[in-house]
Design a protein. Structure first.
Length: 550
């Protein structure tokens, strides 16, 4: 990028992009609390600034990671642009964060298409227009007086400045940022709820911060602009928006979606009648979906019909506001929350210092139960061990909901009780959480797990047909043996688990499985020299024996 102090250049510069990425994070970090305080639309939950900050932080970090792997040479500009855009999409939070990611993505696509003969100032103006158009298209029901209006004004300001062929890039960016600031001051005239609250639009204010970062990166100067906001208030302003009335949607649902582009129009039609604040952004097979609804299940099912949803986040507005208003001590330290499938396992996890949630077949925990355990831990950082394949998604949804509480929650995707035991054994709260999670995840993944259970009905399994009362042996979730003798099936599972080697066998005896565990331990001692065995009383139902090899 060029500035007013030098000659116009033909392409956009990597160093300026990196400088902008840092300035955007710095600017939104500094303005985050102010923007949160302005947040009254569409929901006064006081998190718009935080969400926009997390979006640009994710974009910067993704770009930095990719550049570090490539060496960060000037020729990597397109790689940097693409990774910044993808990082914004992956990290987008909340209504304004998702819209911001769409603005970033569309703007970057146009910049990335620039050729050596294109005038940079004109390209940037065209990119802003493409970004504004894309943002309007992504929103189910566009509302003026929001970030959309501010983006449209920025594009118009840039286009007017770029119409002069002698104008340089810095002048176009300055015109865009000034037009956005003016549009922001008009948002209370466009949206009654802003006027009644005495504030400007929070998302629009965040976009102005981003545009100021662009200007600073290009010119090397901080823009001298009046940044006084209207009506600074406590967080949040509890005004009766449509989403917080008795008839309004109760939940915010967000998820990433792997889906073909041609499936998105149908998805939008499916989600639109369920609620409001619908935003679907992305492209080329990856989408970020945001909507406010009453029926969370239908919103997720619509995503399943379109493709594969992941990183599902569900926020209950009333609970979030209640927690925001409530005065409570700030959480500190780190805790582990573990789902336990039996009374013995509950005791085992509790003795290791975990906050325990009862679980197991037929009584898997809800998002609310996991979130309540996270809050009850009183910790600032929480690691969740779901210990069941069907509870992983629920735990991840709870982790997303906890982000609004100022609690960092990370899910170690343990899919078996014995994997949870292995992970907790290496937990060390004194080290950074990232290192702790890596160690716990590694321990869980290296714990090959198996189980012995009794068939409850006639079925066809991967090991053949079974009838009620048959003994079933499983390894890594797949059935590997159908038999009629508990000990014979147990030894078969042990042989498979230890075929690749191992140093420690963990056996968790279920209800009525104590003798079987003791027999299994003796078998290991006799047949596998140098392998240690530890036996726990788990008390879990349906599974006389759970096994792991590390």
């Amino acid at each position: 990028m060029a500035d007013d102090r030098g000659d116009e250049i033909a392409t956009f510069d990597l160093s300026v992009l990196v400088r902008y990425a840092d300035l955007a994070v710095e600017g939104l970090g500094a303005a985050r609390e102010e923007i949160d305080a302005l947040n009254v639309y569409p929901v006064p939950d006081g998190d718009t600034g935080t969400n926009m900050y997390l979006t640009v932080e994710s974009a910067r970090d993704q770009m930095a990671e990719r550049l570090a792997g490539s060496g960060g040479e000037p020729g990597d500009l397109r790689l940097a642009l693409a990774s910044y855009s993808r990082g914004a999409l992956l990290g987008a939070r909340g209504n304004s964060g998702v819209i911001l990611s769409q603005l970033i993505g569309a703007l970057i696509r146009r910049i990335g298409q620039a050729g050596p003969d294109d005038r940079t100032a004109a390209v940037f103006a065209q990119a802003l227009r493409a970004a504004s158009d894309a943002a309007y298209a992504a929103v189910g029901e566009p509302v003026e007086g929001t970030i959309l209006s501010v983006a449209a004004a920025a594009a118009e300001g840039a286009e007017k400045a770029a119409a002069d062929p002698a104008v340089r890039l810095a002048t176009v960016i300055r015109a865009a940022a000034s037009a956005a600031a003016e549009a922001l001051s008009r948002t209370p005239e466009q949206l009654a709820i802003l006027r009644d609250a005495g504030v400007v639009d929070a998302g629009g204010r965040g976009l102005c911060v981003v545009l100021d970062a662009v200007e600073s990166a290009v010119t090397g100067k901080r823009p001298a602009r009046d940044t006084a906001t209207i009506g600074r208030r406590a967080i949040p302003v509890p005004l009766p928006t449509g989403d917080l009335t008795a008839d309004g949607p109760a939940y915010e649902v967000m998820y990433l979606l792997d889906a073909d582009d041609d499936a998105i129009p149908t998805l939008r039609r499916s989600l639109a009648p369920l609620g409001d604040s619908l935003v679907v952004v992305g492209g080329e097979g990856l989408w970020n979906v945001h909507v406010h609804v009453d029926d969370v299940g239908r919103a997720v099912e619509a995503g399943i019909e379109a493709g594969t949803p992941r990183r599902i986040q569900v926020t209950h507005f009333a609970e979030q506001l209640g927690r925001t208003r409530a005065s409570r001590s700030q959480p500190t330290g780190r805790a582990v929350v573990a789902v336990a499938a039996g009374p013995g396992l509950e005791e085992l996890f509790a003795e290791a210092g975990a906050t325990v949630i009862p679980g197991g077949p037929g009584r898997r925990p809800s998002t609310g139960e996991i979130l309540a355990a996270v809050e009850a831990s009183g910790a600032k950082e929480v690691i969740v061990l779901p210990n069941d394949p069907d509870s992983v998604a629920v735990a991840e949804a709870a982790a997303g909901a906890a982000s609004g509480l100022g609690i960092k929650v990370v899910v170690v995707p343990t899919r078996a009780q014995v994997q949870g035991i292995a992970a907790l054994a290496v937990h060390e709260p004194g080290r950074p959480i990232e290192a702790d999670v890596v160690a716990m995840t590694s321990a869980a993944r290296h714990a090959r797990h198996g189980a012995v259970t009794i068939a409850a009905k006639q079925a066809m399994t991967s090991a053949g047909a079974c009838s009620p009362g048959d003994v079933l042996g499983a390894v890594e979730g797949d059935f590997v043996r159908v038999g009629d003798d508990l000990f014979e099936v147990t030894t078969h599972v042990l042989d498979l688990l230890l075929s690749g080697g191992g140093e420690l066998v963990t056996m968790v005896a279920g209800y009525g499985g104590t003798e079987l565990a003791e027999l299994g331990a003796s078998y290991v001692v006799q047949h596998f020299q140098g392998v240690d065995v530890v036996v726990y009383e788990g008390g879990q139902e349906r599974y006389p024996l759970l096994l792991a090899v590390e």
